[in-house]
Design a binder for this molecule. Sequence first.
Ligand code: SER
Length: 915
Amino acid sequence: MYPKTVAEIRNAYLSYFKSKNHVHVSSSSLIPAGDPSLLFTTAGMVQFKPLFTGAVELPYTRATSSQKCLRTTDLERVGKTERHCTFFEMLGNFSFGDYFKKEAIEYALDFSVNHLGFPVDKIWISVYEDDDEAIELWVKAGIPRERIVRLGKADNFWGPAGETGACGPCSELYFDRGIEKGFEGCGNKASCKPGCDCDRFLEYWNLVFNQFDQDKTGKLNPLKQTGIDTGSGLERIALLIQNVDSVYDTDELKKIIQSIETLSGVSYTKNNAASFRVLTDHARAVCFAISDGIYPDRTGRGYVIRRLIRRASLYARKIGLKETFFYKLIPVIAEIYQNSYPELKVKEAQVCSIVLAEEKLFLNTLELGLDQLENILQTYLAKKETVFKGVDSFRLYSTFGFPPEMTKELLEERGMVFDEKSFQEELEKDRAIARDSWKGKKESLLTGIESPSITVFTGYHSFSGTSEINLIFKDSNLVNSLQAGEQGVLVTKETPFYAEGGGQVGDTGYIKTNTALFKVTDTQKENDTFLHIGEVLKGEFTPGTEVELEIDSNRRNLLAYHHSGTHLLNGALRSILGTHVMQKASLVSSEHLRFDFSHPNALSTKELEQIEEKVNEAIQTGVEVVTTVLPIAEAKAKGAVAAFDEKYGDKVRVVEMDTFSLELCGGCHVKNTRDIQYFLITKESSPGAGNRRIEAVCGPPVISYFQEAFQALEEEIQALNMQVNELKTPVSELMIRKNAPGPEEVEKLFLSKGAGAVKELRILKAHLSEQLETNKQALFKEKKKQQNLENRDLLSRSDELNQKAIEVKKVRVIQEIFEGEIPLDALKQLADKIKNTGKPTLILFALKTSSNLTLLYMCNKEATKEGVQCNQLLKDTAPIASGRGGGKPEMAQGSAKDADKIQDVFQEVLNILKK
Ligand code: SER
C-alpha cells in the first residue's frame, strides 16, 4: 500500500529515512536561528546550516525532517498558478560528512519508485551541467541517459539560504505528468524537457550535493566535509499521488478551500480559483507565522505578515467578501494541523484576534485605495503614460495602507510599470519629515472659542463607538466642513481614542460615516477637548454629523501592556529602592516603555534583576487592575502615588494593582496584570544628574527581543567556532558547545513558563555572552601564540633560503612563493634576516592567500650600490601578473591578480638585472 494523504506521505518519508539510520529532527521555527541575514526559514536545511559548515559539533551525521517553510520570492504568483505557495512543508534527508551523491541518488529513486509507487519511466532527472558523475550514478541506479538533462547554474546550483553557508550543485527529480499538461506549443512538442516552465514536468525533489561554504564576499570555499541536503515539497508529492491538477486540490489544502466555501457561501470555480488559493495559502502562512511569534508590523518579518493579510483582503474582495472574513480561517488551519503542529491550537484565539484587528483596519481603506488607484490610472491612460510614479504609489501606501508590492501586482494586471526608484525616494522624504516632526510645537486651537466642548472618553473599555461631530479645524481655523484630501482636526462629543497624556502616546484609527472616512494619525487634547488629527480620505465631514469611531486595537493593546508595565515598574522601584523614587517622566509606546525617576545612583545588576523579577511576579500572580474615581484627598490618604509635576483635578482616577501598585493615572490599562504577559528591562541609564532611566518591553515584544538576541549570539558563537576550526592547530576547548536557544525554544519556554521565562532566559543570555567573550579572548591569545610559533618557523628558514640564492651580475637573488595567512611583517623580518650578509642581495617574495597575491621586493644597501632599485623593478614587472605597487629603492610592495604568472614576474626581474 502506497501512502495517499499528506499525513501518510509525511509519515512514509520520515519512516523510510529513519529506517536508513536518519535521526528524525522536528521542524524548527519559521524564524531561522542564528542567521539574521535570513528573514524566514525557507528550506529544511536552514536549521542544519551550522552542521554543514562545521560551526558546531555534530550530534548526528544523518537527519530527516518535515520542515515548515515560508518563501516570499514567488508571492505574487501565488493564486495564479497551480503549484505556488508561500507556506509549505519540505521533506528532507540530510548527511553531514556521512553519505554523498551515490546514496542520496539511490535513496531518492528507491523511495520514489518503491515507497511512493511512482512508475520509473515517468521520472526525469536534471543535473548540474558539468556533473558527469551524477549522470553516471543515475544511469547505474536505473534512469536511462535520455531522461537525464543538464541544466545551468540558475536551475541546478543551490546557493546558500541567506548570505552565507553550505551550497553546491544539485540534481532534481521530475515527474512527467504527460504531454497534455504542457502549454500550447510547448508540452505538445516532443522536445519539452525538465527546465521548461510549463506544467508537464513537475519538479518534486531537489538533491543538493553540498561542497562549498559561501562566505560574505560571495566566494565559494570548499567545505571541510561534503554533505547532502535534499528537499521535497510535501504537497507536490501529494499532487502527484492524488493525481489532481493543483497543490490546492490535495487533501489538506482542499479542506481549507472547502471551509472557505462553507464560510463564505461562494463556490470554488475555475474563474475564482485565484482568490481561493490566495486565501488558503496566506491563511496557512499567517497562522503558522503568528503562532511562531511573528506579529504584523511596519518592518521586517512582521511586514511580510501584514502584507499577506492585506493581499488576502484584496483577493477576498474579488469574490465579493467585503467584510472581515480572513480571520475565520485561523481556526480551520489550527484544526487541520492540530496533530502535527499542536502549537497552533494553543495560540488560536490570540492569532484570530490579531488577524481580525489587522483585517478590520485595512478594510477601512481597501475599497477607497482601489478607487484612488483607478482614478490615477485614468489620468495615466489619458496621457498614454505607463510608468506609475513614486508620489502616487507612495500615497497609496502611506494613506491607504497598500503595500508597494501589492500595488505593483495590481499595476502589472493593468500593463503598468511600478517605478521603484521614485517610490523609495518618496519613502526617504517621508522619513526625513518624520524625523523633524512638528510634534511639540502645539498651538492652541481652542482659544477664542466659546465654551469648547468637553469630550467624554469612552475608550477605557471599548475600542469603538458612535458620536457626533462637534468642531472641525483646518489650518488651526474653525471650519464648517472638511473634505476629501484635506487635513485637519475633528472633535467629537465622545471618543474611544486616547489622547496623548501621562506618557502614553495618542491612539490612531478611523472616524467614518457611510459616505465619509477620516484617518486619525494622532490624538491630542487641549484641556478636556480631544483632538483627532488626520486626513479626510473620502467624503465630507460637517459639525453635527453622527460618526463611528474605531481605534487600531492591536496597537492599543500593546500600549496598555506597556502602560500597566510602567505602573508595576514604578511599584517595584519603590519597594526595592525606597519610597524616595518619584516618577520624573515616562513614555509609553506600543514598542517599549521609558521611565525616568529620582534616584541618586546607577542601579546594580542585582537591583535590576530584583526589580524585573518583582514585576514579573506581579504579572504571574495575576491581580485585577481596579480603577476608581476618588476625591484627591482620599486617593492620597490611601497612599496613591502621583507623578512628580502632573496637575490633578479635584477628583482623580486611581489605578490599583493589589499590593503591587497604586497610582493616580488617566491612562489605558490591562484588566488583569496577567495580560501584560512578560516584562523585560532592556536598558538602564541616566537622563541627568539625580535621575535614572529604565527602558523595558512588555508582552510579545519580549519574546521577539530574546529571539533576536539569541539569534545574534548564535551567529557569533558559530563564527567563533569556525575560527577555532580554522586555526592551524584547532584547540577544541575553545569551541562553544552549547547552542543559543532557537526561536521555537524561546517561544515554547514563554508558552510553558509565562513571565517566569524572562529570568531563565536572561540568565542564559548573560551566561552565553560571558562565555563568548572569554572564549573570544582566549582565541585571540591562541591565534597570537600559533602565529608566533609560525613566525619562528618562518625565521628559521633563512639559512635554507640563503642557500637557494642565485647570482646575477654580482647580486645574489633569492626568490620564494609563500602560501596562506602569513603576516607581511613576518616576511619582512625574514627578509631582514636573510639580507644581512654584507653581499649585494635582492629578495623577491610573493604571498598567495585565498583572496589575493602580494609582491614584496627587498634588498640591502650593497645591492642598491650595484644599481638595484626595488620600486623600479616592481613597477616594471608587476604588470605581467596584472599587478602594481611602489615603495623605495630598498623595499617595495604591491599586489597582483594573476597568481599563476608569478614565475614570469620573477623571471623578468632576472632579465632586467642581467641587462
Ligand atoms: N535546499 C534545497 C532546496 O530548498 C534542498 O533542500 O531546494
